[in-house]
Ligand binder design. Structure first.
Ligand SMILES: [Fe+2]
Ligand SMILES: [Fe+2]
Length: 389
C-alpha cells in the first residue's frame, strides 16, 4: 500500500477512535499517533498533500483512489462539510489531534451548515468545502490488495469490549463511550443513501458478548425506526439494546461458552444477569432508567414466562419487549458452541410461530416484515480479529 493509502486508512481509524473514546484514552491516543506517523511518512515525499472527499470518491491531489471508492469516511466527511483537506509542512501531533476532534464534532452534529465559512484552518491544516470543478478524476492510482470494505465495525466492537472490561474491572459503566458507540452505529446505518443494517458475524465464541450487544443495538434501532419512533427514542432503544446483557460481565466465562447443557447451579448464575445488569446501569446513571428496565426485563415473555419473576404480575415495558425480540433473533442467527447458526428465514418463522405467546404480535409482525423488506439492506460484517479484552 502506498503512503497516501496508508495515511487515509490510519486517518479513518483515528476518526473512529476520536468519536468513540474521550481524550487521553489509550486507544484514541494510539490511533492519533499512528495517523500522525503515517502523515509524516507521506510528507517526506509530498510535503503538502491534498485530499478531496466526495460522496463516492476520494481524490489524492487530482487522482481518484480506486480503493477508497465508497469509503464510508469519505461520505461522512463530505456530508459534514469537510470535502477537502490540505496539509502544510510540519503538522504537529497536537494539530492533527485537534483537527480530528473538530471534524468528529462536525460529523456528530449532522450536516454542514452552509452559512459557515467555506474554509477552516487548524494550524497548518486547512479544510472545508470545495468546488470540484476541474478535478480530473480519471487517473487511477495504484491499488491495495483488496477493496476497502465500507464497514468493519472493528472499532465499535473493540470499544464495546473495552466497555465490558471496564464494567467488569471497575464496576462503573463508561457512559460516554456507550453513547458514542450507539451514535457511531447509527451513523453507519445512515451514511449511505438508504438505511443499512450492519450485523456482525461471530468469529470466535469468546467475542459473543460484544458481537451480540452490537447486533442487538443495531436491530433495536432499526426496528424502532421502522415502526416510526422519534430519533431520540431510536437512540435510547439503541443504548438499551447495547447494554441489555451488561450483567453478563459477572457470569464466569466458562458458563458463557460452555458447549453442553448447564447445571442447575450454572443456570441460576446465568439468570442473575438481568438483575445485575440493571443494578450496574443504575449505579452509574439514574437517567438511564430505560436501559436499566430493559436489562431487567429482557428475558420476560409477554405470557409472563421467563426470568426474573415479578412479585406481582405486570406488563413489561415496550422497549423490553422490543429488545427481547431482537435479542432472541440475534441469538438464533449466531452459531453457539452447541449448535449452528440458524438461517434468517428459519429464525423469522420461529418468531412468527411464537407471536402472541413469547413475543408481542404487533412487534413480531413489524420485525419479520422489516427483515424481509430490508433483506437487501442487511450487510453481514465480519470483523477482523481485533484484540478484544
Ligand atoms: Fe440476556
Ligand atoms: Fe442477549
Amino acid at each position: 500500500m502506498s503512503d497516501p493509502l496508508r495515511f487515509l486508512t490510519s486517518l479513518g481509524q483515528a476518526l473512529s477512535a476520536t468519536g468513540l473514546y474521550r481524550p487521553g484514552h489509550p486507544a484514541r491516543e494510539r490511533a492519533v499517533d499512528q495517523a500522525w506517523e503515517q502523515l509524516a511518512g507521506l510528507q517526506k515525499f509530498d510535503p503538502e498533500p491534498v485530499f478531496s472527499f466526495l460522496e463516492d470518491e476520494v481524490l489524492y491531489r487530482q487522482q481518484a483512489l480506486r480503493d477508497f471508492k465508497a469509503w464510508d469516511w469519505a461520505r461522512r466527511l463530505a456530508r459534514a462539510g469537510v470535502q477537502r483537506v490540505e496539509f502544510e509542512r510540519e503538522v504537529s501531533r497536537e494539530d492533527l489531534s485537534d483537527f480530528l476532534g473538530e471534524i468528529q464534532q462536525r460529523i456528530t452534529a449532522g450536516t454542514a451548515d452552509s452559512s459557515e465559512a467555506r474554509e477552516m484552518r487548524r494550524g497548518p491544516i486547512r479544510y472545508g468545502l470545495v468546488s470540484i470543478r476541474g478535478a480530473n478524476a480519471d487517473i487511477v492510482v495504484e491499488t491495495a490488495d483488496s477493496e476497502v470494505a465500507p464497514y468493519t465495525l472493528e472499532d465499535e466492537i473493540e470499544a464495546v469490549g473495552w466497555i465490558h472490561a471496564e464494567v467488569r474491572d471497575t464496576e462503573t459503566l463508561p457512559l460516554a463511550e456507550a453513547n458514542a458507540v450507539v451514535r457511531s452505529l447509527s451513523l453507519a446505518m445512515h451514511s449511505q443513501s438508504r438505511m443499512l443494517m450492519p450485523l456482525l458475524q461471530l468469529k470466535a465464541y469468546d467475542q459473543y458478548t460484544t458481537t451480540h450487544a452490537t447486533n442487538v443495538s443495531v436491530l433495536a434501532m432499526a426496528l424502532a425506526e421502522f415502526i416510526g419512533l422519534s430519533p431520540k427514542d431510536v437512540r435510547e432503544f439503541g443504548v438499551a439494546g447495547l447494554l441489555h446483557d451488561l450483567g453478563k460481565v459477572r457470569v464466569p466465562r466458562e458458563i458463557l461458552i460452555k458447549p453442553g447443557a448447564l447445571t442447575a447451579q450454572e443456570v441460576a448464575v446465568l439468570r442473575k444477569h438481568p438483575v445485575d445488569g440493571a443494578r450496574l446501569i443504575l449505579a452509574r446513571e439514574r437517567k438511564l432508567d430505560l436501559a436499566a428496565t430493559v436489562a431487567y426485563e429482557h428475558h420476560i415473555m409477554i405470557n409472563g414466562l421467563g426470568y426474573p419473576r415479578f412479585r406481582y404480575e405486570r406488563e413489561t415495558h415496550f422497549a423490553s419487549r422490543l429488545v427481547h425480540l431482537c435479542d432472541v433473533f440475534d441469538a438464533l442467527c449466531t452459531a453457539r458452541p452447541y449448535r449452528d447458526a440458524w438461517a434468517t428465514e428459519m429464525a423469522l418463522a420461529y418468531i412468527e410461530e411464537r407471536s402472541g405467546t413469547d413475543f408481542e404480535s404487533q412487534l413480531a409482525e413489524a420485525f419479520t416484515g422489516m427483515m424481509r423488506l430490508w433483506s437487501h439492506q442487511r450487510v453481514s460484517v465480519a470483523p477482523g480479529t481485533a484484540s478484544i479484552p
